[in-house]
Write a protein that binds this ligand. Structure first.
Ligand code: SAM
Length: 254
């Protein structure tokens, strides 16, 4: 009975997450800029520079949504290798509305034609269409905290990466300084749901997103989860961004 109840709760959570992102898809990019005052762009650019892809890197961008990380990856390579790149990216997301926005962006940017990007509907916890040992790099940006079973997500990342592959997570985290944390909590609990209401006419979805940040494990706990699920960490395993509002965690499949 306990197992059946847990399964029902997991299904409920998955459905709720699907509906949240279904609701916000069309306003997702505008809301990101409004909520973070544009800082999410700086973090995402930094993520790509941290990965430092080469002209042959294959990237799996899980919970890739509207393709923000994937397009940055392709733009970076276009700049550095002057179009002379065989690099490929696969975007996986559980929500078809988010992927649809991504597909339209890929047409507009000309990436659909070059076949360097493909979009797949799928769950980070069971990447059923992705073979084992098949990617050089795996990213999940602002996605893992919405997943029901984080351990499963990390185990699947480990399975699909090649030996030597890199698992990289960009996620909201814990602000280090107590005073700043208080200010940030005030901002996120009050301003973000209000912005959601004004811009996307959807307070509840943004309320959920703020609460999910609170519940996510703090930096050392999350680094331990990554290690416990098979990855090797270098140093402490993460880098704080903007006082720890977000962090980039890395694990290596050795
Ligand atoms: N990575 C993109 C970015 O940085 O802009 C999108 C992030 S958005 C906040 C979170 C995404 O995670 C949504 O598109 C949502 O549909 C997706 N997601 C949530 N749970 C998922 C799961 N279990 N498997 C795959 N994607 C999931």
């Amino acid at each position: 009975n306990t197992i059946a109840l847990a399964a029902t709760n997991n299904l409920k959570h998955e459905k709720m997450v699907k509906s949240v992102f279904g609701n916000v898809a069309s306003k997702y990019d505008v809301m990101n800029d409004a909520m973070s005052l544009g800082i999410h762009r700086v973090w995402k650019d930094h993520l790509i520079r941290t990965i430092a892809p080469t002209e042959t890197t294959s990237l799996l961008d899980v919970a890739g949504g509207t393709g923000d990380i994937s397009f940055r990856f392709l733009d970076y390579l276009k700049n550095v290798y002057k179009n002379n790149t065989k690099a490929k990216v696969t975007v996986v997301d559980i929500n078809s509305a988010m992927l649809e926005v991504g597909k339209q962006k890929s047409e507009a940017a000309g990436y659909a034609k070059s076949c360097q990007i493909d979009f797949q509907e799928g769950n980070a916890e069971h990447l059923i269409n992705i073979p084992s040992d098949s990617f050089d790099c795996y990213t999940i940006a602002f996605g893992i905290r919405n997943c029901t079973n984080i351990d499963k997500v990390i185990q699947e990342a480990f399975r699909v990466l090649k030996k030597g592959g890199r698992f990289t997570v960009l996620e909201f985290s814990q602000v280090n300084n107590q005073m700043l944390r208080l200010l940030y909590d005030q901002y996120s609990f009050n301003a973000i749901p209000t912005l959601g209401e004004i811009i996307a006419s959807d307070r509840a979805s943004y309320q959920y997103l703020v609460e999910s940040i609170r519940k996510f494990p703090i930096q050392p706990e999350f680094a331990k989860l990554i290690k416990d699920n098979g990855f090797t960490l270098i140093g402490k395993g993460w880098e704080d961004l903007t006082f720890g509002i977000a962090a980039i965690h890395t694990g290596w499949k050795v």
